[in-house]
Design a protein around this ligand. Sequence first.
Ligand code: ATR
Length: 285
Amino acid sequence: MADFPAAFVTGYPIRHSRSPLIHGHWLQNYGLDGSYRAIEVAPDGFADFIRGLHKNGFVGGNVTIPHKENAFALCSRRDAAAEEIGAVNTLWFEDGVLWGGNTDAYGFVANLDGMNPGWDRHKSALVLGAGGASRAVVYALKQRGFDDIRITNRTVERAREIADRFGRGTSSHEWRAIPELLEGAALIVNTTSLGMEGKDDGAVDLSNADRDVLVTDIVYVPLMTPLLQSANALGLRTADGLGMLLHQAVPGFERWFGTRPDVTPELRELIIADMNRSARNGFSK
Ligand code: ATR
């Protein structure tokens, strides 16, 4: 067993995860003894992996696709965000009990607070997509007092499920209603995989958007998604998805290693350089 705190990120696949780079950077920068490594676990081995965490000397870790809902079911206690979102991305032990939290909503707001102060002044938003990431964003917006959250999805039933889950202040809409939904929305958030590298699936037309809207994407590969590109071309303000990835890592690191780390321009540059390296080598993520 390691004599320093050991943490992990698990997913399937996991080899393109940037989390080891983020946590490794912080461990080194703060001069802390600890480790953080990527461990690939297939879905049929996930429950055993979680049950063995304590025995294997882990203080906790991150969970990513496709394990977030399973992790939710397998931990003993959950924080409020995880309960509301229905997914767990961060695990830790308290008095021997396995806790699960969700830091995606925190990462989303912390990034906008840092990069776009005042982003939450107007309480209306259009959310594209209705998967797990959408639930985290809708939860975050509700926490910030948004009272007009318009959720649209190619499969409208999934948008309806999220609106039902979060209730007052949310509404669900057909994908084809986007031109009308853009009017009066102060924030646009893409949570779909539209525009993810390698996918050629036509960008959303933003020409109806308000001039002072903020357009954000939680996809960060590529950094400049088709949605952000068209926002830029129209002179609209944008926020890319990398900041959310960096900020969602903060609470876990603090729990496992005892120091609250900073998200710095240096860290951002480190990850961008790695993304550029991967792109040159033909890896998209
Ligand atoms: P996650 O948990 O990461 O949010 P997900 O549950 O797979 O991932 O959701 C992916 C989202 O991208 C969904 O909203 C999906 O729409 P559907 O529910 O209709 O599948 C959306 N999406 C993927 N490809 C899309 C496309 N070409 N056009 C519009 N939406 C798309």
